[in-house]
Design a binder for this molecule. Structure first.
Ligand code: NAP
Length: 344
């Protein structure tokens, strides 16, 4: 089989990390790159990634022209969190007969917030015989796919609780910005209200994906208000310094309610200076299951790996819109990427 041909769609921080990782991997080539940022369009991908060599792929703001030079098997899409923003981009990739794996949080389980767009994407993907998947570290793995996997040895489940606590100091700058690091409490509340910062997007999707896997019909998904975490001491990252009394990040909780009980509870905390970092999953049932990953999985490294490792599974999958719960058991791709692609 020829090398897998990939398009890099959205060469921001995460798309850039993914592109760099793909350039190191065997069995896959980047054949095109798309972005709208004025300081990137027209430049060689290598230059935009800060490499010392040119790749021979110019960043274009036009998918048609990027695909006129080469066909592609898959597009790695990393532009935005909300499906109403990413829908036209993803639909157009699918219409070109190219599979999509995207970091778009709402796409990880779009049936809750955007059921109509989900239906349309499924129809377009089926018409063009390609597959579309939204994934990443969270949503996509730590607070949903991993939780679902841990329910496999359970006979009965009464309640699921998931906590992710991370020190945001080691995360990328756009992430630190979206959790409000460095703001005053008032600025934080205003920006959250005006949707100028989003906080974490995906708790609703993770709860719905877990419920979907267990065939639980939830009565409600309650997204609690986003709470700023105020630091009592000076904390800092490479890019941001947060003085005592300012916002270091946030805490968000969401609950899936079934038969008047809190059945799925997700607790997400990300702030600069968090001392104990972990991912914990507690399943109350028969048997009880408790799992703690300590320190927590690094969000940016984990996202890059989740996206890249999903590539062969998406290429192998039947056409349509899929979520992580529909794919085979997730796994790494340490070998040549072609080894993971089914050949007829
Ligand atoms: N599921 C997960 O676990 C997970 C993990 C990490 C990140 N994410 C999500 O992935 C997305 C990307 O993150 P990031 O940190 O890389 O953000 P970023 O640095 O802002 O990168 C996004 C890039 O896409 C470009 N872009 C925006 N609209 C576009 C369009 N219509 N067509 C082509 N390019 C477009 C942006 O250009 P401009 O700068 O000009 O707008 C920017 O270069 C975010 O929504 C983030 O929340 C999800």
């Amino acid at each position: 089989m020829e090398k897998i041909k990939a398009i890099s769609y959205g060469v921001g921080v995460v798309g850039g990390y993914i592109a760099k990782f793909l350039l190191e991997k065997e069995g896959i080539n980047i054949v095109g790159a798309i972005d709208v940022a004025k300081d990137k369009v027209g430049k060689d991908l290598g230059e935009v990634l800060g490499l010392e060599r040119n790749i021979g792929v110019k960043i274009s703001d036009d998918l048609d022209s990027a695909l006129s030079k080469s066909t592609a098997d898959i597009a790695i899409h990393a532009t935005s969190s909300f499906l109403k923003d990413t829908y036209p981009q993803i639909a157009s990739i699918l219409e070109h007969g190219v599979n999509v794996v995207s970091t778009c949080e709402e796409l990880s389980y779009p049936y809750v917030s955007e059921p109509k767009l989900a239906e349309k994407l499924d129809a377009i993907a089926k018409k063009h015989q390609v597959t579309v998947l939204g994934t990443g570290i969270n949503p996509g793995f730590l607070m949903d796919t991993l939780v679902i996997t841990l329910t496999a040895p359970c006979e009965r489940i009464d309640k699921i609780e998931v906590i992710r606590i991370m020190n945001a100091a080691t995360r990328r700058l756009p992430f630190q910005k979206k959790i409000g690091a460095g703001l005053t409490t008032q600025e934080f509340q205003q920006k959250i209200q005006k949707k100028q910062i989003t906080g974490h997007v995906g708790l609703e999707q993770s709860i719905a994906m877990i419920a979907g896997a267990l065939a639980w019909k939830l009565d409600d998904i309650i997204i609690e208000s986003v709470e700023p975490v105020i630091t009592k001491r000076l904390v800092e990252s490479k890019d941001i310094r947060v003085d005592a009394g300012k916002v270091a990040g946030l805490r968000q909780k969401a609950k899936g309610i079934m038969r008047n009980r809190e059945t799925i509870v997700l607790d997400f905390q990300a702030y600069i200076g968090a001392e104990e970092e972990y991912d914990a999953i507690r399943i109350k049932g028969v048997p009880n299951i408790e799992q703690k990953i300590h320190p927590c999985v690094h969000g940016d490294i984990g996202t890059v790996a989740m996206i890249v490792n999903a590539i062969p599974k998406v290429i192998n999958a039947p056409p349509g819109l899929l979520t992580m719960k529909d794919l085979p058991v997730p796994s790494a791709t340490p070998e040549n990427m072609r080894k993971y692609v089914k050949t007829e």
